[in-house]
Design a protein around this ligand. Structure first.
Ligand code: C2E
Ligand code: CA
Ligand code: CA
Ligand code: CA
Length: 281
């Protein structure tokens, strides 16, 4: 039994080393990909549930390592975060998103929402980076929303004043801040009260999906929507896939929805068409 245990330990270590090697290779490839221009920003509409218009689009990065091949962010953002490459990649996404959105904003009043990693907000000059991206693109600050996760706010409130300082400064200039995947982290009501935020994005795991106890699921969504409104925040539901979910969210007074029901993430050129069509529809 002892020998078997030792064997297992050896096997485990070898697996770990292999994974670390893969991670190192992935980071190398990501660096090259950034220089080679293999990343692209896709956009998914965020729809006003009352008025029905496309209020905003969320910028979601994609990696095209070879023609016809696409890799989603879940497979490379964690490595980019660990390695610090997210600072350069995140700035690239931000600048691209602001440039793409400038025309959409002029034509349709559409805002753009960009995901931000904790590491980016720890940079001393992050607020300047955002101002420069806005200025270079000719996009007004009121047309930009930064999405941060709940865990990030909690961490920031506990130890990193810089994060809060960046967000507060940018908010005073008109940039809005959204809490992403709300309900999956560990924030307390005090954080929501004290931190510089404007929008709660309800994680898609809270939406009733036809399975499980519907009443309980509905009360959860209602509670989060009411919480947002009581704190003066807008509520956005993520992962909306069915007309039944749209009806429910409208009934609960949820402000906005995002999900495959309204549209999948698509490239910039297609987004221009989608926005133009939504106007004339
Ligand atoms: P997220 O910010 O929660 O983005 C929403 C994700 O849900 C997107 O996946 C989107 O394609 C997917 N989604 C949208 N509607 C539906 C739906 O109706 N049903 C289902 N099942 N899924 C839906 P995606 O594009 O693969 O992005 C995954 C995550 O990667 C994002 O989650 C975000 O956390 C991260 N990410 C994407 N782009 C960036 C970026 O530029 N910077 C950083 N730091 N993170 C990013
Ligand atoms: Ca997001
Ligand atoms: Ca989300
Ligand atoms: Ca997510």
């Amino acid at each position: 039994a002892k020998a078997a245990g030792r064997d297992r330990a050896v096997t485990y270590d070898a697996g770990l080393r292999e994974r670390q090697l893969e991670r190192t290779e992935l980071i190398e490839r990501l660096r090259d990909a950034l220089t080679a221009g293999q990343f692209s920003v896709y956009y998914q509409p965020i729809v006003s549930l009352g008025a029905g218009g496309f209020d905003a689009v969320e910028a979601l990065v994609r990696w095209f390592p070879a023609p016809g091949e696409v890799i989603g962010p879940d497979r490379f953002i964690p490595a980019a975060e660990d390695s610090g490459l997210i600072v350069a990649l995140g700035e690239w996404v931000l600048r691209q998103a602001c440039r793409d959105a400038a025309g959409w904003h002029r034509q349709h009043g559409t805002a753009v929402t960009v995901n931000v990693s904790p590491r980016q907000l720890m940079e001393p000059d992050y607020a300047m980076t955002v101002r420069r991206a806005l200025r270079d693109a000719g996009l007004p600050p009121t047309a930009l929303i930064l999405e941060i996760t709940e865990g990030m706010l909690v961490g920031a409130a506990n130890q990193d004043d810089r994060t809060i300082a960046h967000l507060s400064a940018l908010r005073r200039e008109g940039v809005r801040v959204a809490v992403d995947d709300f309900g999956t982290g560990y924030s307390s009501l005090a954080y929501l009260r004290d931190l510089p935020i404007d929008i709660l994005k309800i994680d898609r795991s809270f939406l009733p999906d036809g399975a499980g106890p519907a009443d309980r699921q509905v009360s959860f969504v209602r509670t989060i929507v009411d919480l947002a409104h009581n704190l003066g925040l807008a509520a956005v539901a993520e992962g909306v896939e069915t007309p039944a979910q749209v009806d429910l969210l409208r009934g609960l007074g949820c402000d906005k929805g995002q999900g495959f029901h309204f549209g999948r993430p698509v490239g910039a050129a297609e987004t221009t068409e989608v926005l133009a069509a939504s106007r004339t529809a």
